[in-house]
Design a protein. Sequence first.
Length: 217
Amino acid sequence: MTESVIRLLIADDHPMVRVGLRALLQTEPGFVVVDEAETAEAAVARATEDDIDVVLMDLQFGGGMNGAEATAAITARPGAPRVLIVTTYDTDADTLPAIEAGATGYLLKDAPPEDLITAVRTAAAGGTTLAPTVADRLMNRLRLPGAALTRREIEVLALVAGGASNRTIADRLHLTEGTVKSHLARIYSKLNVDSRTAAVASATDRGLIRRRHPAGS
């Protein structure tokens, strides 16, 4: 019996990444790379056509819509292609929005080629593949739901890590300053810390938010 063809769209803003993924995927039997998109907006537009089965989606693009937002836009359409996130980021701040947006799988760019190929086939079949670090943290969230930070708390803490004041956080997330303070109080309690600096350090160590690098690095 002839194997069905899996039609792919590669969405990444780095040309070399797109070239590398295409070179790997187009040599796999049953895979056809139909097109590439260098912006999230272009990926959303291209995915509306009925010739794509799986979108390989990066999370961070140069500007505009991000990968999680694009995933939500793509998966909201009936009969939409599956979306497999392929990224370098594995913090809760990255994984939770993408999974909640409807991503079928979440893989890191340093995964072995055979893992990527398996993940694409799994996504095309409607299954889920998660990078081990992502799967472990999601399991921990299920085991200890009361101790896990919510998506909103992670958003607040990520802004704190960037040096934002309570007023700035409130404006950015369309909250009151009182609500921001309430979120911070719950964050401190869950992380067992008593300051913004300690909360950021603890969350970074636990992989909840990205480690910040000095400018220019």
